[in-house]
Unconditional design. Structure first.
Length: 361
């Protein structure tokens, strides 16, 4: 049996439109936590309606129910995997929907994908390796996407180089900074990276914390020790963390193994508290158990991914979710809000560093 369901509100055909026919139109593509609605409200844009019809063999049909002809369009897409659809399914659906919008006369199409799959494979590390990030860019561009907005990919430099269309990112500290300062209280922070690859991210976090708190902020890095070419289980802590509250920052929490081991190493080096902040919380496998056992004091993530995997786990009591929608909406209306990618953050208005955040129930 065919099943059809419409996403976002349907417009009343007998009612005069509230928005000019050339104003921004926002569609939420399979977006269960209504980020599209928040972005539409922040941009004073019209929320468009769409239909997704699922067929029994796994195929689908997707079409806009609000006419996109001649209008700039924003498509908010959650490209994660869950029990209903895989990341591949959602990516295919996005490509089909963008193509349909282009086919029916959309003037400009911006995709807002808070979480982008396949971007961690951004270089070849083995013979005949794919570069999945580049292929993803080619598919989006070929479908007719004019611009892409996302929340902190794994490697920002590789992300910038993969796209020919404007592709812009929101740094995680712009979303989680207020929550991190609230969780830290009056204690001075040390910002730490769990590996050398995240040094730049941690440095930007340190600069943001120092600017907002008007207090000196320390920096630390962890590195895995090697002996005779073999990786040991322990981490070496580079930087002073004794008696400090440490903010351990990363782009994604997947299995949680690296962050759990890094947290234990920080405690062994004398840290009094460890907080973890990440853009994307996947919480795969035993991630919640590992992070809980490591003794972290607070867990800060954005709402780029659903947090259903933490339902019923006691770690959820230490979880704070911060909405990425206001920062993504600001970037949608003003691309300059993402700047500067380098340099001092103190040049940015204070209001941009105060995202909406709420403690999870």
């Amino acid at each position: 049996m065919n099943q059809a369901h419409a996403r976002t509100a349907r417009a009343d055909p007998d009612r005069a439109p509230d928005h000019p026919t050339n104003s921004l139109l926002v569609f939420g593509l399979d977006d269960p936590h209504s980020m599209a609605g928040v972005i539409a409200a922040c941009c004073d844009a019209q929320a468009g309606a769409l239909e997704i019809r699922d067929f029994g063999d796994g195929e689908f049909k997707i079409r806009p129910l609000t006419d996109p002809h001649g209008r700039p369009v924003c498509v908010v897409a959650g490209l994660y995997g869950d029990a209903r659809r895989s990341p591949q399914d959602r990516l295919c659906m996005l490509l089909f929907f963008v193509s349909a919008l282009r086919d029916h006369g959309a003037r400009h199409i911006t995709v807002v994908a808070p979480y982008l799959p396949f971007v961690r494979k951004d270089r070849r590390t083995q013979p005949f390796d794919p570069i999945s990030l580049r292929y993803l860019a080619q598919w989006l561009e070929s479908a007719g996407v004019d611009a892409l907005l996302t929340l902190e990919p794994h490697n920002v430099a590789a992300f910038d180089n993969a796209f020919r269309i404007p592709a812009r990112t929101v740094a995680t500290h712009r979303v989680l900074l207020a929550a991190a300062l609230e969780a830290a209280g009056q204690t001075d922070l040390v910002v730490a990276s769990p590996d050398p690859g995240g040094i730049k991210r941690a440095q930007l976090w340190r600069e943001a914390v120092e600017t907002a708190s008007h207090r000196p902020t320390g920096f630390a890095m962890l590195d895995k020790r090697r002996r005779a070419g073999e990786m040991e289980g322990a981490f070496a802590v580079c930087g002073e963390v004794r008696d400090a509250t440490v903010l351990l920052v990363d782009d994604v929490i997947a299995t949680g193994a690296t962050l759990a081991r890094a947290s234990r190493a920080l405690f062994s080096a004398g840290a009094s508290r460890v907080m973890v902040a990440a853009a994307h919380g996947q919480f795969l496998e035993r991630a919640a158990d590992l992070l809980d056992a490591a003794g972290i004091d607070a867990l800060l993530v954005t709402d780029s991914l659903p947090s259903a995997r933490l339902a019923g786990h006691r770690l959820r009591e230490r979880l704070t979710l911060a909405s990425a929608a206001p920062a993504l909406a600001a970037l949608l209306t003003d691309p300059a809000s993402a700047l500067p990618p380098h340099g001092t953050l103190s040049r940015q208005p204070d209001s941009e560093s105060q995202p909406l955040s709420a403690a999870s129930a």
